[in-house]
Write a protein of this length. Structure first.
Length: 321
């Protein structure tokens, strides 16, 4: 389908890259920044297709049908190298593989392309090794770093990248993405899911609608018991739980301010819970806890102790109750 048709939204980023390509002024390294679930990795792969497409379209897009495009779609192209974290870290061994990959001329395509997903998870030795790669970029190569926490990257790495900031999708764009990847046709359900995503449809994955509602009910039950959900077993699950409780806090605040406007809620099936809990939570506490949870979520990227994070949340809840 190509970059223009596959990627929904992000028109500014499309125009920047396509204009640079037309003028033969592509940077050697790009940094794709923005919240997780907004489509940065898919965008990077579609752009990689375009760069090595055998029969680009008149609109300067990939054909999505040639051998090169199909190989990239199946992650089987000899001139594409994708780095992903292992156990939440990118080690120097992965960067050495990148260096070896870039030391060779393109095998089939016009460019050697490296995509580093969650680039901020490079450890110190990996970051230092990668910096050397950026200082002496290989000919006919392109590197794309993807990160939702670019501030954790070395400043010397960030300064050598052309930065593109990917915004959250609007509701209409989010619904378009959900229609494409989920087998859901009911407009009402799609609108609810779009609100739950908050502009990041990629965070849903293949989760079923009923399963999502069950998750929110479980989190609401844990919140009423002043505990963190028993399902939370690791950092990733805690981050997911915090995302959900932030939505619940938003709905609690709206219920307290507008008690008879159920239609403004994201998870409206929890209206009874919101009505009960809003009487116990004052507005200042809700706003403060909302802010503290966002800060805690960012701290999880620094491998904060999971028990400390759980105890912190539970102590804040007990304090208010």
């Amino acid at each position: 389908m190509g970059l223009l048709n596959t990627i929904i939204g992000h028109n500014k980023e499309k125009n920047i890259l396509l204009n640079a390509l037309k003028k033969d002024r592509l940077a050697t390294t790009y940094l794709f920044c923005g919240e997780s679930g907004t489509g940065k990795r898919t965008f990077a792969l579609e752009f990689a297709k375009l760069l090595n497409c055998e029969y680009p379209t008149a609109e300067s897009d990939s054909c999505d049908r040639c051998v090169s495009c199909k190989k990239i779609s199946s992650n089987n192209h000899p001139d594409l190298f994708v780095v992903t974290p292992e156990s939440n870290v990118i080690k120097i061994e992965a960067i050495r593989e990148v260096q070896e990959f870039l030391s060779l001329a393109p095998y089939e395509g016009r460019k050697k392309i490296v995509i580093v997903d969650d680039a901020h998870l490079m450890n110190q030795s990996a970051s230092n090794a990668f910096l050397k790669t950026l200082e002496e970029p290989a000919a006919n190569s392109l590197i794309i770093l993807i990160s939702n926490l670019p501030e954790l990257l070395l400043e010397t790495i960030r300064s050598r990248c052309f930065r593109l900031n990917f915004s959250l999708l609007n509701e209409a764009e989010t619904i378009q993405v959900l229609k494409r990847y989920l087998e859901i046709k009911e407009e009402g359900i799609l609108r609810i899911l779009a609100r739950l995503c908050m502009g990041r449809p990629g965070i849903l994955g293949g989760t079923e609608y009923e399963e999502i509602l069950d998750e929110f009910e479980s989190i609401a039950d844990a919140l009423e018991k002043k505990t963190v959900s028993d399902r939370v077993k690791d950092r990733i699950e805690l981050e997911y739980w915090i995302d959900r409780i932030i939505i619940i806090l938003r709905d609690i605040l709206l219920t307290r301010m507008y008690p008879h406007m159920e239609e403004v809620l994201i998870v409206s099936n929890l209206y009874g819970f919101y009505s009960r809990i809003s009487k116990k939570f004052d507005i200042d506490f809700i706003i403060k806890l909302y802010t503290q949870l966002i800060d805690l979520k960012r701290s999880l990227k620094f491998n904060i102790n999971l028990s400390i994070a759980r105890n912190y949340i539970e102590s804040r809840l007990n304090e208010q109750y």
